[in-house]
Design a protein around this ligand. Structure first.
Ligand code: ADP
Ligand code: MG
Length: 395
């Protein structure tokens, strides 16, 4: 799960991570009011679940999702240019994201932009700090062209981020004297936030040194471990479903593992490994998968029919491949779920089903007696070839 920058700032405040004052605004009026209260130079920032806003462009031609201005009236004007508009950045994809709120904050006089992040390193199964002196909007190109400018420091999860490690990172970032002290405190508080909130990533880009000699987090991008959300009600309350793929929101309501993709052959599979193999074999057969969907080992009939409805709610889907290997899963439950959902939605696109394993005979009987016009696959390759051919024929 992701949150917005303004919500991440609420967590900064709670954990004592230094940042500049500001507040979220949902209307130009609110933006003006926040700016008046702050006084001085102001920054207005589009709030979307994607980075690269500063260099982004709105679909109406307005350039940039991060702007500085001098007066509350200008802040109002900037907010009205951004609110309700679609912002495209290198992280949103060409479809962009609609801006529903802006963050209005104090502009600061920046002398240096740094990069600081904590994330979970899959290779070591432990947190790792990533930092660089080359912070700001071009961190991706720093990673690509000058990777030596990016430092990595592994953290022992039993010990946490140790003060000596923070001092070393601060020194590598060129921070000395009072700035080094601020850095050690900020890193420790951010690490506590990372652990306490079950984050999988906290990224501050830029972490800035100001002309007044302060170290401040000016941007924030957080990711949370979905498997830990059950114990993070305050984080779950920050979820903004309008930022998520509606297909994925529906799937999460039924505890289905669903990821929307941009092909046209939907797959419904039990088990993540089999789901990946199914996507591969669809490609191998010359097709493109519309989704990753794992109904899990113990799916109910309701979950299966919900999965089917989600698939059919996607206008890009031109054919469906059901690939079930019943180890724990009872093939007949899958068959009943398919029949129910196909009847409800008056299925009009090719459906190829490959069932194997536990209670497969009963499952095949349910499908055969349903009167549904489905195609059966003998094995996984046969099924993939059949669905690709059926979609090509229907086109
Ligand atoms: P994004 O990463 O989505 O482009 P940022 O919040 O990092 O958005 O903003 C982009 C750039 O805008 C920053 O690197 C910084 O140079 C500038 N900026 C952001 N916030 C402020 C601020 N409060 N004061 C001055 N400059 C800012
Ligand atoms: Mg940034």
């Amino acid at each position: 799960m992701n949150i917005h920058e303004y919500q991440a700032r609420e967590l900064f405040a709670k954990f004592g991570v230094a940042t500049q004052p500001g507040a979220v605004a949902f209307t130009p009026d609110e933006a003006e009011a926040v700016a008046s209260k702050l006084g001085g130079k102001i920054v207005v920032k589009a709030q979307i679940h994607a980075g690269g806003r500063g260099k982004g462009t709105f679909k109406n031609g307005f350039k940039g999702g991060v702007h500085l201005c001098d007066t509350p009236a200008q802040a109002r004007d900037l907010a009205s240019q951004m609110l309700g508009q679609v912002l495209v950045t290198h992280q949103t994809g060409p479809e962009g994201k609609e801006v529903g709120k802006v963050f209005v904050g104090e502009a600061v006089d920046i002398t240096k932009e740094l990069y600081f992040a904590i994330l979970l390193d899959r290779a070591t199964s432990a947190p790792v700090v990533i930092a660089s002196t080359e912070g700001g909007v071009d961190i991706e190109s720093v990673a690509e062209h000058t990777p030596e400018k990016i430092i990595r420091v592994g953290v022992n999860p039993a010990l946490g981020l140790m003060p000596f490690q923070s001092r070393k990172i601060a020194a590598t970032l060129g921070l000395t004297g009072p700035l080094a002290n601020q850095a050690v405190k900020l890193f420790a508080n951010l690490y506590k936030l990372f652990i306490d909130c079950d984050c999988s990533m906290v990224e501050i880009n830029p972490l800035v040194i100001t002309a007044k000699g302060e170290l401040l987090a000016l941007d924030a991008k957080f990711n949370f471990d979905d498997n830990a959300l059950y114990r993070q009600p305050a984080i779950v309350a920050m979820r903004d479903k309008s930022e998520e793929d509606p297909r994925e929101v529906a799937a999460s309501e039924y505890s289905l593992n669903y990821i929307g993709l941009d092909g046209n052959i939907a797959c419904l599979v039990n088990g993540a490994g089999l789901a990946m193999a199914t996507m591969d074999i669809i490609q191998y057969a010359g097709g493109k998968p519309a989704n990753f969907l794992d109904v899990g080992g113990g799916a109910s009939k309701d979950q299966v029919s919900a999965a089917f409805r989600i698939i059919l709610g996607d206008a890009n889907v031109k054919g469906i491949l059901v690939n079930i290997f019943g180890g724990i899963m009872d093939c007949n439950i899958i068959a009943n779920g398919i029949v129910e959902a196909a009847r409800e939605t008056s299925l009009s696109i090719p459906l190829v089903v490959r069932l194997e394993g536990n209670n497969v005979e009963a499952g095949k009987k349910t499908l055969a007696e349903s009167g549904l016009a489905l195609i059966t696959g003998d094995d996984i390759l046969d099924a993939a070839q059949k669905v690709v051919a059926a979609v090509a024929k229907a086109a």
